[in-house]
Design a protein around this ligand. Structure first.
Ligand code: PLP
Length: 743
């Protein structure tokens, strides 16, 4: 028996009893391809709408708790059954592979269909369809009910898996299973963020525990701190792709090690080092235990750099020289950096490494100095520190940043690794991020495009095809935009109603939650992690000017904020608190709101429902940014600084850009400059355009001038900033050359 066959899944045992006719519901709920199956959410909701809301749109939880009576009744409802059949048809196509996969590869043996349409990858690269590409990342955002993500990096990784599934790229994901989740955000009445665990009950998710030899719950181990740490693995299905999530929360482990995987980005440097060893070293070992032999390896951000070091170690253990091992690992490795400042990268001291992972790396090979040297940073005076990003760059033949601008910035930061080559000659390229279209474009907008765009628009970057967005009639687009805004206001009222009892005491809290907002005013959204460089408070620099905008009786504006500060980022929490105070200020007439607990669900409501998306990072600190792409796909243009993707995505007529401040300006001067331009753009361009219509604000009064940038936003994002485009770029320029062993 291969190790893979020895692993068992507990899925059958966990399956609730469903009427025979509805047996497929469990399969549907346990494969995250349901999250972009256009039929599935409506189907699950129809089973029991209040329960669907109470379970936070979690179909596994729903099927485990719904009454048998209710299931019997929907099993006899012809409308429900039609939708059920349609949802299962969509899923069948989303997972089908047209050929038998070899054991130990990326696919799922149970989904072979000889008549399946070949995927994009199968058609172009048939020779590589059975060679898995292992994709490592510290976080994955796939659905709200699996809270193992903190923000942009996780959403990007989740979207990467989803697009890879659609394109048939033979990817396997590797990440960590954080049993305590990221955190649930509630704000105290003073606006100070309270971070509560958001624990994850695997029984209420599609996570399957994999088992090793003789049924033990662990598949691999590492050594550190004088102990052996067993590593368990869970599997999540994302259409054609499997995601393996590792944890150490096993009875066999020392209590001190069990918590290592509990929380995302928690604890001090030692904790983080050990977490990253579990991800990188543990990930390689778990894949080997499962019999999966990747042909290419992709580390998404430096947290996973130990994956490369572990592969060097294994090759040396098998008798290769250090130089040969490094060159072999390099040839098959892709590294994506996401951090635009040198200080943002993980660094560990050699002493720490010796203490916590020395036994892992050096017990079998005597090449400690060489391995440690992989992490040396040319600009770091201290010779005894290990820079994860430097190691990842040294061990990857193909390295990229995540936007054109970030590619340039990265070449500059890392040129020292190439003996000070001219920055232009540093071999770091870029693949601009993208967002998963079927996840982020609302069904309402997609429905419109189905009517007006040529068939096949969902999977093309043909600009001419996307150009047909201009044919969508203004009244139809405006009706959809308005519906989406009303839905967002509903979402905010629901949240307010949920929080009001017990939690809030003053009416100001209700106003601050957006309950006084109406659909007519121009509505601006700002939602992102509360890191100080993102400058959520920039617009409050000139209170009088803001007041004039918001309370203009003829052309009012309203502002919605959302976002979490990292639990240990008190500066970020203070910015959040300041913003929160403004939401309760009666002078703003309830036109500023804060939507708590920003996660995937709130993000959907916001990027779909507002009129304008605001993004104000201090240049060049945002490597790419993706929320503006999500908004754009929904016809919501962006106003942003010339950072990240917007520098290349702004085309003059699909939104607005704040020009760069002079290079010599101080931070204070940059903020002043950017705030001035922000106000000027709002006052002179955005607001007049939005209100450029005779019956300003009437429901059926489509503002044709406003819908021009809205349409162009859809067109540009659809053609150039989807995860489909991004994964095709990676497959063509990074994965296939790595699989082929090109130099
Ligand atoms: C898209 C997204 C992000 C990342 O947005 P940025 O533009 O990179 O700030 C963060 N959190 C959630 C929940 C998202 O959906």
């Amino acid at each position: 028996m291969s190790p893979r066959e020895r692993t068992t899944t507990a899925e059958d045992a966990r399956c609730p009893r469903l009427p025979d006719r509805l047996g497929g519901l469990w399969t549907l709920a346990n494969d995250l391809s349901w999250t972009w199956n256009p039929e599935a959410p409506t189907l699950f909701r129809a089973i029991d709408p209040p329960l669907w809301r109470r379970t936070r749109h979690n179909p596994v939880a729903l099927l485990r708790t719904v009454g048998a009576e209710r299931l019997r009744s929907v099993a006899e409802d012809p409308v429900f059954l039609r939708r059920y059949d349609a949802a299962l048809d969509v899923r069948r196509d989303a997972v089908a592979v047209g050929h038998a996969r070899e054991p130990g590869t990326a696919g799922h043996a149970d989904d072979v269909g000889a008549d399946a349409t070949p995927t994009w990858f199968d058609e172009r690269y048939p020779a590589f369809r059975d060679l898995p590409v292992a994709y490592f990342c510290a976080e994955f955002a796939l659905h709200e009910s699996i809270p193992i993500y903190s923000g942009g990096l996780g959403v990007l990784a989740g979207d990467h898996l989803k697009a890879a599934s659609e394109l048939g790229v033979p990817l396997v994901g590797v990440g960590l299973m954080y049993a305590h989740g990221y955190f649930d955000q509630t704000l105290g009445s003073d606006g100070w963020q309270d971070d509560a665990d958001d624990p994850l009950d695997p029984d209420l998710t599609p996570l399957e525990r994999l088992r090793g030899v003789d049924g033990v719950p662990w598949l691999a181990s590492i050594r550190g701190g004088g102990r052996r740490i067993h590593i368990g693995a869970w599997r999540l299905r994302v259409g054609r792709v499997s995601l393996y999530l590792l944890d150490t929360d096993l009875e066999e482990n020392d209590p001190a090690d069990r918590g290592l995987s509990h929380q995302l980005y928690a604890g001090g440097a030692d904790h983080r080092l050990r977490q990253e060893a579990i991800l990188g070293v543990g990930g390689v070992r778990v894949l080997a235990a499962l019999g999966i032999e990747p042909g290419a390896w992709h580390a998404n951000e430096g947290h996973a750099a130990f994956m490369m070091v572990e592969r060097v170690r294994r090759l040396m253990r098998d008798g290769r020289s250090f130089a040969d091992a490094v060159s072999r690992v390099r040839a098959s490795t892709v590294f994506t950096t996401h951090t635009p400042v040198s200080a943002g990268h993980d660094v560990f001291s050699h002493a720490q490494m010796r203490e916590w992972i020395g036994e892992t790396f050096w017990e079998e090979i005597p090449h400690r100095e060489e391995l440690l040297g992989l992490g040396r940073h040319p600009d770091d005076e201290a010779q005894d520190r290990f820079h994860m990003t430097a190691a990842a760059i040294r061990l990857s033949r193909r390295v990229n940043g995540v936007s054109a601008r970030h590619g340039r910035v990265s070449r500059n930061i890392w040129r020292g690794l190439w003996e000070d080559r001219a920055a232009g000659e540093v071999p770091i390229r870029h693949v601009t991020n993208g967002v998963h279209l079927a996840t982020w474009m609302s069904d309402d907008i997609a429905g419109l495009l189905d009517e007006w765009l040529p068939a096949g628009w969902r999977c093309t970057d043909d600009e001419a095809m996307w150009g047909a967005v201009r044919d969508v009639p203004a009244p139809a687009l405006w009706r959809v935009r308005r519906r989406l805004k009303l839905r967002l206001l509903d979402l905010m009222r629901d949240e307010a109603r949920r929080r009001w009892p017990g939690h809030w005491t003053e009416s100001a809290h209700l106003a601050g939650a957006g309950t006084l907002m109406s659909p007519e005013p121009l509505t601006i959204g700002f939602a992102r992690r509360f890191a100080t460089y993102k400058r959520a408070d920039l617009i409050f620099r000139d209170r009088e000017r803001l007041l004039a905008l918001l309370s203009d009786p003829a052309r009012p504006v309203q502002l919605i904020f959302a976002g979490k500060a990292h639990p240990r980022d008190d500066d970020g929490k203070r910015v959040l608190q300041r913003v929160y105070e403004h939401t309760r200020d009666p002078e703003f007439e309830g036109r500023i709101a804060f939507l708590e607990n920003y996660g995937l669900h709130a993000a959907h409501g916001l990027v779909e429902g507002v009129d304008l998306w605001l993004n104000l990072p201090r240049v060049p600190l945002e490597a790419s940014g993706t929320s503006g792409m999500k908004a754009a796909l929904n016809g919501v243009p962006q106003l942003a600084t010339a950072d990240g993707w917007w520098e290349e995505g702004f085309e003059g007529d699909n939104g607005w850009i704040i020009p760069l401040a002079p290079a010599t300006a101080s931070e204070e001067e940059v903020d002043e400059h950017d705030a001035e331009h922000l106000f000027r753009l709002l006052e002179e361009d955005v607001i007049p355009l939005y209100y450029d219509r005779p019956g300003a604000g009437a429901a059926d009064d489509a503002p044709a001038s406003w819908l021009a940038p809205a349409r162009r936003a859809i067109e540009v994002a659809g053609a150039r900033f989807t995860a489909g485009r991004m994964v095709r770029d990676y497959a063509r320029d990074y994965y296939v050359p790595s699989l082929r062993g090109d130099d």
